[in-house]
Design a protein around this ligand. Structure first.
Ligand code: NIG
Ligand code: FE
Length: 413
């Protein structure tokens, strides 16, 4: 099966360089007038439209789409999402506005634990239906691949159920592909002593997850009051020796040493990281750790934005992702880009790289190269509704895309 996208506008390929210091519009964008040839879900060639039209013009064995000069960017990668859970915590907004903290709300019976109760009560079918609707919504705003965490089960049975649902959704060709992460260490289930839960994570949950081969990575909520640095270290080291890649939630509420552990263990990505000191950011950078910023969380919770000028000045590699969860109910990466570009002085090219080429490093696609547009890459692309590629970051309330190509299949929005 061959698809020709002819008369493309500017193509932001991002394939020459993923170095924040040397990436420029000149070395990341191809001028308009090209065609992208897609064969069997892979980008086969990028060539001048006229040449492609004369070579393939008479051949009916393909599907030709005229892009009419609209800009093209890679498929977006959401490198941090809590996709699967049931229930509704909307009432917590009133408590937050009355001044209650995340910890207070959790002690009042809200927070993660209340989502855990609702999620345990849902069947696999119900979770799969919810996941399907959410993934179709993410696809409409250009997401073609997503890192998906368990973590609202907090027992072996439900954590396995969540990862099994993720695996079923990932094999649906009409949905973004998924990169599954086990996050049993998201909270301690009610009624179980904290130490006993950690012991069960290591001796029961982790071995079952590994035996089923349904998670690529492990993640831990390393934050005072949830999992300490020492506890996180035990869980992560055990996960690593069981063959999983490592991810962390760190410094969301306080600078508590999680970043030093992230650097020491060379985790793939350490996310939130709002209260991390510059010194620790530099240690993570030296250790090859990517920082995942999740602008939807401060947006939803009324917290401060990260200091992006400092991040840029020190060339800290970072991804931008949604952190979709019951408190932060958006799966739109263009909205994340808008928050960064229109509120935090991030250049559109840097915002785009953080949700494509850099995100691909923290959440690799099991079928090959993605997050860039070049020969041999998986054909995951977004066609804007504008000739200006920057517009992907300027439409926070509706999709900036007229169409998405998902693993080679053209989907009109
Ligand atoms: O990344 N902070 C930990 N986990 C999620 C939120 C969990 C929840 O409140 O349900 C996050 O923001
Ligand atoms: Fe999160």
């Amino acid at each position: 099966m061959r698809t020709l996208l002819i008369n493309c506008g500017p193509i932001v390929h991002l394939s020459s360089d993923d170095d924040v210091a040397t990436r420029t519009v000149d070395n990341s964008v191809i001028e308009e007038g090209k065609a992208i040839i897609i064969e069997d879900g892979v980008i086969a060639n990028i060539a001048p439209s006229q040449e492609v039209i004369s070579e393939y013009g008479d051949n009916s064995g393909h599907h030709t789409i005229d892009v009419h000069g609209r800009a093209v960017i890679p498929g977006l990668i959401d490198a941090h999402a809590h996709l699967l859970w049931s229930g509704d915590r909307s009432q917590e907004v009133r408590w937050r506005l009355e001044g209650k903290t995340y910890r207070d709300i959790s002690e009042m019976g809200g927070g993660i634990q209340s989502t855990v109760n609702a999620t345990r009560a849902s069947s696999s079918d119900e979770l799969q239906k919810e996941g399907y609707v959410r993934l179709r919504s993410a696809l409409r705003t250009g997401t073609t691949h997503m890192e998906v965490k368990s973590g609202y089960g907090l027992n072996t049975e439900t954590e396995l159920k969540l990862l099994e649902v993720a695996s079923a959704l990932s094999s649906d060709r009409n949905l973004p592909t998924l990169d599954p992460t086990w996050m049993g260490a998201h909270d301690t289930p009610k009624g179980m002593p904290h130490e006993a839960y950690i012991e069960s994570l290591i001796s029961e949950q982790l071995p079952s997850i590994v035996e089923q081969g349904i998670a690529r990575s492990a993640d831990v909520f390393c934050e005072p009051g949830w999992f300490s640095v020492e506890e996180s270290e035990d869980i992560l080291k055990e996960s690593k020796s069981s063959g999983l890649d490592l991810r962390m939630h760190i410094d969301e509420f306080a600078d508590s040493g999680g970043s030093q552990l992230a650097a020491e263990l060379k985790v793939q990505t350490a996310d939130h990281a709002y209260h991390t000191s510059l010194d620790d950011r530099l240690k993570m950078k030296a250790a090859g750790v990517i920082t995942g910023f999740l602008p939807g969380t401060p947006y939803a919770m009324g917290d401060l934005w990260p200091n992006m000028s400092e991040i840029h000045k020190h060339e800290i590699p970072y991804t931008l992702a949604t952190d979709f969860n019951p408190n932060c109910q958006t799966l739109s990466l263009p909205f994340m880009a808008s928050l960064m570009v229109q509120r935090c002085k991030v250049q559109p090219l840097d915002a785009l790289a953080s949700m494509t080429v850099t995100a691909a490093k923290s959440s690799p696609h099991k079928n090959g190269v993605h997050g860039i547009i070049r020969e041999g890459a998986i054909a995951n692309l977004n066609i804007l509704d504008s000739p200006h590629w920057e517009s992907f970051s300027l439409k926070p309330s509706h999709t900036p895309f007229s169409a998405t190509v998902l693993n080679g299949t053209f989907i009109s929005h």
